[in-house]
Design a protein around this ligand. Structure first.
Ligand SMILES: [Zn+2]
Length: 295
């Protein structure tokens, strides 16, 4: 089962958040018919968005990450809340690319590195909080590390790994980790963390071997004290509903609705995030037209 944990390390001078998210990535693959490289690209973004969402304070708060790298896979959009629920899509889900020079899935080539990464925090206020930075590599983890440093002045170690079966494309493991030294963190602790970088890259492999997330974290950061403070069960979950789409249709206004009734004799809407299709007959649109007239 997927898991998300938060912890304090090195005598409470470092924050850690980590995720084991094989099922999140596999659900995304099934819903969107993702190619192997897109499973890795969207999977990584879902994992990091879910971890960032878990740091939100309120239950109605939402965090959305938009990766616009300019590559052939198109944009990636993921949204998470603070209970571990995450949803997301990639514009060209079936993109196939040859393996990269290192024999691995070429996420960087699919995502591109010519655009920007935007993070929108909707904290229930009038205006959402928006942060932005340039994309540096299209590998996702590096781009989010850049985002934390540039946009939030919070230097962070970010690791994201999605292991995909080379034959049938199933997700074998998904692991992610964000390590953030707090302002009072001593330099020698930061040096020790930096030395662990090579071990951090083994997280997805450890999870694939069946290791528990906490055990993998303890192994990676061997020699540093870790105090796990919270854990929850993350999940790919879309919150779309017929009622929500009815409100979208009403908000289009009378002219647009009349147009749909006359030209299309109904409407068929597909949710970007989960691919679920909602059909509206001419009669149902006519009811919504009445609602739109009242608005
Ligand atoms: Zn949906």
């Amino acid at each position: 089962m997927d898991k998300l944990v938060r912890a304090l390390m090195a005598e409470d001078t470092v924050k850690l958040i980590a995720i084991s998210g094989r099922e999140i990535c596999e659900t995304a693959r099934e819903l969107h018919g993702l190619s192997r490289v897109c499973t890795a690209a969207l999977g990584r973004t879902l994992l990091v968005t879910d971890m960032m969402g878990a740091q939100l304070k309120g239950e109605d708060h939402k965090l959305t990450a938009i990766v616009k790298g300019g590559g052939p896979a198109g944009n990636i959009v993921c949204t998470a809340d603070n209970q571990g629920h995450v949803k997301g899509y990639i514009e060209v889900p079936d993109l196939e690319l040859p393996l990269g020079p290192d024999g691995k899935l070429d996420v960087s080539m699919a995502v591109g590195w010519f655009g920007d990464l935007t993070v929108v925090r909707d904290l229930g206020m009038k205006e959402p909080y928006v942060g932005k930075c340039d994309i540096v590599s299209g590998e996702i983890a590096e781009d989010f590390a850049q985002y934390f440093t540039v946009s939030e002045q919070q230097p962070s170690m970010v690791y994201l790994g999605v292991r995909v079966d080379p034959h049938d494309g199933h997700v074998l493991a998904g692991g992610g980790l964000i390590v953030q030294p707090l302002p009072h963190c001593p330099d020698e602790v930061i040096d020790t963390l930096t030395e662990k970088a090579a071990m951090v890259k083994m997280l997805a492999g450890m999870l694939e071997e069946g290791m528990e997330l906490e055990d993998a974290i303890r192994k990676i950061f061997d020699g540093i004290d870790i105090n796990f403070t919270e854990n929850l069960t993350p999940e790919f979950r879309c919150d779309c509903s017929r009622e929500r789409l009815e409100r979208v249709l009403i908000s289009l206004g009378e002219e647009e609705l009349k147009d749909m009734m006359e030209k299309e004799k109904g409407a068929e809407l597909t949710c970007h995030f989960c691919n679920k299709t909602y059909s509206f007959t001419e009669a149902q649109l006519s009811d919504l037209l009445v609602e739109a007239g009242k608005a």
